[in-house]
Design a protein around this ligand. Structure first.
Ligand SMILES: Nc1ncnc2c1ncn2[C@@H]1O[C@H](COP(=O)(O)OP(=O)(O)OP(=O)(O)O)[C@@H](O)[C@H]1O
Length: 331
């Protein structure tokens, strides 16, 4: 089941003295949605171009669907749908015409192309705009048409370079949901590049953090959090009413608890809380939320809130930049 669809090994691209991508190793499995996350200039587009055989690696190898992208770019192109960040359409033609044209270039028979184009336009929410010239499409509509355009030839893999660039938040939400849905419905492997942490976090099964041409970490969110933390620690924030030293020592007394820290009250929450309500952050070696709740209540205090804390990608990203050290790699 764990069939590898994209395999990059020691993939490197140098422009003169400058190394844009350095010794990149990455495997992406069939059906995965993988987010290549990194700031501008990190080397995301260069990596994508090498996967498509559109840029030649200085060394290393990119294999897509078992095909060497450098040696056989045409075969790779048949199986991969690529949406660049500056997608272009024939502006004086309709959305449907544009899709039909792409289908023709990919040798899809006309009747099938029309059926598929109509179905895809509906799927991406452009059914009613199918007959409208793309010159009059909004940025969000263009991106959705772009998705339909890469899917018309029934690719096995879809590569999307910054798909949400320039779209408003509502449009972004819709587009991401659509990408996930299409990936599930069509059994697609998706690689998407982005510098938007939250967006990637919403739909990707795994992410790779790409900085300065290097993949500094990859894994699912939980794995990345753990990697950054250096240990398998879990943290929970509790809002407790009737806080006392007794409650505190009962929490500290638990085997798997490593720290109990009282949190400072912020001005907003202090305003509507009585003095004996405190927020404590409890760290443990395991997921101990249920045990903590039982201890608080058992000590006669009241539990007013409980929030498991997990690092978001934002925090992971900033920690990397603040710390300045590569955090390692997970596969
Ligand atoms: N043809 C080229 N010649 C020289 N340098 C290049 C060339 N193409 C890209 N670069 C450099 O390689 C680095 C990586 O560029 P790349 O476009 O891959 O980054 P990116 O992560 O996709 O960033 P962005 O989000 O800005 O597109 C950049 O510093 C860029 O200036």
């Amino acid at each position: 089941m764990d069939e590898t669809v994209i395999e990059l090994s020691r993939l490197t691209k140098r422009y003169g003295e400058f190394t844009a991508v350095s010794e990149l190793d990455l495997s992406i499995r069939r059906g995965e949605i993988f987010g290549l996350l990194g700031p501008n200039g990190a080397g995301k587009t260069t990596t994508i171009l090498m996967m498509l055989g559109l840029a030649e690696p200085t060394s290393g190898r990119a294999t897509v669907c078992g095909i060497d992208a450098t040696r056989n770019p045409i075969e790779v192109k048949r199986r991969v749908g690529y949406m660049p960040d500056d997608i272009g359409f024939y502006e004086d033609r309709t959305g449907l015409d544009n899709l039909m044209y792409t289908a023709m270039l990919n040798r899809v028979p006309e009747a099938e192309a029309r059926r598929r184009a109509t179905e895809l336009l509906d799927k991406v929410g452009l059914g009613s705009a199918a007959g409208k010239k793309t010159g009059a499409y909004s940025r969000g509509m263009r991106q959705r048409l772009g998705l339909a355009d890469v899917l018309i030839k029934r690719p096995e893999v879809v590569i999307l370079d910054e798909p949400t660039l320039g779209i408003d938040p509502e449009g972004v939400r819709e587009l991401l949901a659509l990408i996930r849905e299409l990936s599930r419905d069509e059994g697609l492997t998706v690689l998407l590049s982005s510098h938007h942490l939250h967006q990637v976090q919403q739909i990707c099964d795994r992410v790779g953090l790409f900085v300065g041409g290097r993949l500094i970490a990859s894994g699912d969110l939980a794995a990345l959090s753990q990697l950054l933390d250096g240990s398998s620690s879990y943290a929970v924030e509790l809002d407790v009413g009737g806080w006392s030293e007794g409650v505190e020592s009962a929490l500290r007394g638990l085997d798997r608890v490593t720290a109990v820290d009282l949190q400072e009250k912020d001005a907003l929450s202090a305003a509507d809380r009585s003095d004996d309500v405190v927020t404590v952050r409890v760290t443990g070696t395991d997921d101990i939320a249920a045990e903590l709740a039982a201890v608080v209540v058992g000590s006669g205090a009241s539990l007013l809130g409980l929030r498991p804390l997990r690092y978001g990608l934002d925090e992971i990203y900033h920690r990397y930049f603040e710390g300045g050290n590569p955090v390692g790699q997970l596969h």
